[in-house]
Design a protein around this ligand. Structure first.
Ligand code: F6R
Length: 612
């Protein structure tokens, strides 16, 4: 999704803006631009469709921008096609006000008509341009720029993170936020805004998170923040403890491969501090045993891969806790008039903590009295801040658009939460509890073992990279695991794939299986191994090529049935998908590599989906 960075200080802003935008590339974008206020008080704008390299090239071909205050943007098109004109920053007609905007101005048509009626000429097809034009309208009507900003915010509906540069207010710029992430960075003799901390972490780790309705004025000497009634407010400062190198490739060809390889360590970081003396401990949780005992139902709410974690969680939490668990796509949940209330726990899962649909679903659940427990990776993100309880995954920054280590850490944390609550309910026998804890302790090393040999995945990818249709089949946990395997494949390799509950195949979809169709058959869930075998036989009889994934203990049996067998170490059945997902990630990665795809930045996708 769109990215914003802004800088004011004593050195030229343009290189800092470009560097920040480069670090936001992973979020997905189709055009980019910067606006800098020249020392003579003129706004200099450069923007264009395409990669940042194109923008860099354009900037190199002209006299350097020397101004020390500026705003930059990477755009992921929503209103208006990706082209040079629709790129941000947008400038008002008289060229005195420039803005960058993330979010959607929902009433832009009405405002545009109002301004057109006043004779204002628009250049772009975007919703965002109305902000620049409306600012100029109020500003020239006699307001000072801050008055104009407050008048505009009063008038616009929708979501926004805004960076505003005004030629008549030199040495500063203004930021505003509602329902779109924006943070403030406090540097030494300089100040920043960013939609994502990775954009500025090289310059400062001292940040504040803007809240809805807040407006900030940034100068090189500091940042003043005001609430919606324009009263000054003191912001809490946070120290970002992410390692800068964690957001760099460190010798790997792609961030995705690096993040796949980081999974054992990421899972260790998530698990180890929460295992004490053979017990699962969540010091950060406020949930009381009485509340857990009074629960009638649990909702897990999320999007995409986080939703797939929820699908696995449903099986595991129900098995452990014997409480009904519903897994909901956030985009559906929010409009479904959900049957949720004080005796239901809402577990909200989000890597970014900024997914708009998930955020809206959280608010819906909260409004209906549900306790919100979120599982989030990005510290201080909007979802984390609006939750009653947060469990952080501590996976470090995830840069590749396709999630891997965030998924794995979410999954293990959800399993641990299930075990913790089941224990409070008195529903896990002591030996079972101890067996799961032992398996949790051994999990990072077992993940490392799966990752120690990637050659079989490279080989299989070389055999199947030119297929145009792949099915993933499995039962129970393997079915939920297949959903993630299939998503990984389609999002980075652009191969059409489907994930099916293996038993459901014969109710329609098996008609698509023919000679040469690739079926990835998941048979890691020990209790249903024999059923999985029957399904493999079924698809083979229709001519399918089968790649089977099972556990080491079942290798011999599987090799008698499937031509290609991948194995993972055995672990407790509840944790088996934490190992099973790794071959699926690697398979998707190497297939995409063979196909020459842009693995870290797949087409049309964005890392943090902050629009509906
Ligand atoms: C797929 C992927 C997405 C996200 C989804 C939710 O690889 O990354 O499907 O899982 O957009 O994002 P978060 O977890 O940030 O809410």
């Amino acid at each position: 999704m769109c990215g914003i960075v802004g800088f004011v200080g004593s050195e030229p802003a343009a290189p800092i803006l470009l560097d920040g935008l480069e670090r936001l590339e992973y979020r997905g974008y189709d055009s980019a631009g910067v606006a800098v206020l020249s020392p003579e008080g003129r706004l200099q704008i450069e923007k264009c469709k395409g990669r940042l390299a194109v923008l860099r090239q354009k900037l190199e071909e002209q006299p350097p921008m020397t101004g020390c205050a500026g705003i930059g943007h990477t755009r992921w098109a929503t209103h208006g096609e990706p082209n040079d004109i629709n790129s941000h920053p947008h400038v008002s007609e008289n060229g005195r006000v420039a803005i960058v905007h993330n979010g959607i101005i929902e009433n832009y048509v009405e405002i545009k008509e109002f301004l057109l009626h006043k004779g204002v000429r628009f250049r772009s097809d975007t919703d965002s341009e109305v902000v620049a034009q409306l600012l100029e309208y109020y500003f020239t009507a006699g307001a000072d720029i801050m008055d104009a900003v407050y008048q505009v915010l009063e008038r616009i509906d929708g979501s926004y993170a805004l960076g505003i540069l005004c030629a008549d207010a030199p040495d500063r710029f203004i930021a505003a936020r509602k329902d779109a992430p924006l943070l403030l960075g406090y540097g030494d003799g300089c100040s920043f805004i960013a939609s994502d901390v990775t954009a500025i972490i090289r310059h400062t780790r001292d940040v504040s998170y803007m809240e809805d309705g807040e407006v900030a004025v940034l100068t090189k000497d500091g940042i003043a923040v005001y609430d919606r009634l324009r009263r000054p407010i003191e912001k809490e400062h946070h120290l970002v403890d992410w390692d800068v190198s964690a957001a760099e490739k460190g010798g790997y060809a792609h961030f995705m491969l690096k993040e796949i390889m980081e999974q054992p360590e990421a899972v260790r970081q998530t698990v180890a501090p929460r295992l004490q003396g053979g017990r699962v401990v969540f010091e950060e949780l406020s949930l009381s045993p009485a509340y857990i005992k009074g629960l009638s139902r649990i909702f897990i709410i999320a999007c995409g891969s986080s939703y797939h974690v929820g699908m696995l969680g449903k099986y595991n939490l129900e098995k452990l806790m014997r409480i009904p668990v519903e897994v909901c796509l956030a985009s559906e949940f929010r409009y479904s008039d959900p049957l949720i209330g004080p005796d239901t726990l809402a577990i909200v899962i989000s890597q970014s903590g900024e997914t708009l649909d998930t955020m809206a679903a959280l608010r819906e659940a909260k409004k209906r009295g549900s306790h919100i427990l979120s599982i989030v990776n990005v510290v201080g993100s909007s979802i984390a801040r609006e939750s009653d309880d947060v469990l952080y995954t501590w996976a470090g920054p995830e840069i590749a658009v396709a999630t891997t280590k965030a998924y794995s850490t979410q999954l293990v944390l959800l399993d641990m939460l299930g075990l913790y609550m089941a224990d409070i309910l008195g529903r896990v026998p002591a030996e079972e509890y101890a067996a799961i804890v032992t398996a949790l302790e051994a999990l990072p090393d077992k993940m490392g073992a799966v990752l120690s040999d990637v050659e079989s995945y490279q080989y299989l990818a070389s055999q199947y990279f030119n297929h145009d249709c792949v099915f993933y089949i499995g039962r129970n946990l393997d079915y939920a695991l297949g959903l993630e395997g299939s998503l990984k494949l389609k999002e980075i390799s652009y191969i059409h794939s489907e994930s099916y509950a293996a038993g459901e195949l014969k109710h329609g979809t098996i008609s698509l299986i023919e000679t040469g169709t690739l079926v990835v058959a998941l048979a890691t869930y020990a209790p249903l191994f024999d059923k999985a075998v029957s399904n493999i036989v079924e698809v083979k009889a229709r001519g399918a090529d089968v790649v089977a994934l099972t556990t080491e203990s079942q290798r011999d049996r599987m090799e008698k049935i499937a031509p290609n067998v991948l194995t993972i170490p055995d672990t407790h059945p509840i944790l088996q998908p934490s190992l099973g997902v790794i071959p699926l990630q690697l398979f998707a990665y190497y297939i995409a590599l063979q196909r020459g795809c842009d693995i870290d930045k797949p087409k049309n996708l964005a890392k943090s989906v902050t629009v509906e």
